[in-house]
Write a protein that binds this ligand. Structure first.
Ligand SMILES: [Mg+2]
Length: 225
């Protein structure tokens, strides 16, 4: 599995953890329902698109199974046409990433967002230079679970000899998918309080960090304490 000599590893969710990406995601989801001629979900329902794999949210809001591929294509057309840039890094995140790196952690973004979008978004918003790697999902219609994204991330990091023993790996995320995906790999997940979770959703996380400015200290307390 891991090596005892590799540095502590922090896997970071993107949407709702590092970036406030709701506006562009909600606009793309609304455009997809329009394109299919289906009634637009409410704003609260559209907000539920932030984080989970796209087809899972589409299905939950009534897109028929046989039209899921069409819905995902319509979403992505709208997202790639400009909504992907309707996004911002939460205040204080760059500083917290700097503190974690200064403390010797390896940092990897691990998002359910397709890697072909995650990489340019991290580049545009200055995150690429602040982490070691950026991993996302493949661009296909099959829902990529968070667990499969973590598996893909760990496989590549292992080839680079950057995977320590599991107790020195921490996932940081804002949704229950992050908690469950990490658990499938025996990795703890630290929840963040500034993302898109609903009340109680992060009950199984090892803790919840309420403020961005406390992120690095909370991560380091788990990994080195
Ligand atoms: Mg998230």
């Amino acid at each position: 599995m891991g090596t005892t000599t590799a540095a502590p590893l922090v896997l970071l969710d993107l949407d709702g953890t590092l970036t406030d990406s709701a506006p562009g995601i909600m606009a793309s989801a609304a455009a997809a329902f329009d394109a299919l001629g289906l009634a637009r979900p409410t704003p609260d329902e559209l907000r539920s698109f932030v984080g989970p794999p796209l087809p899972v949210s589409m299905r939950a809001l009534g897109v028929p199974p046989e039209r899921l591929s069409e819905a995902v294509r319509a979403y992505r057309a709208s997202f790639a046409a400009g909504n992907m840039w309707d996004n911002r890094v939460y205040d204080g995140i760059p500083e917290q990433l700097g503190l974690l790196r200064a403390a010797g952690c390896t940092l990897a973004v691990a998002t359910s967002k397709p890697e072909v979008y995650a990489r340019p978004i991290c580049e545009r918003f200055g995150l690429t230079a602040r982490v070691d790697r950026v991993y996302g999902a493949p661009l296909d219609d099959v829902p990529s679970s968070k667990a499969s994204v973590i598996a893909h991330s760990l496989a590549d990091l292992r080839r680079r000899e950057l995977v320590p023993d599991a107790e020195r790996i921490l996932m940081v995320g804002d949704r229950h998918h992050d908690v469950e995906g990490a658990r499938e790999h025996d990795i703890d997940c630290l929840g963040v309080g500034w993302g898109y979770a609903v009340l109680g959703e992060l009950a199984d996380a090892v803790g919840i960090v309420p403020r961005v400015d406390d992120l690095a200290a909370a991560v380091l307390a788990r990994l080195t304490g």
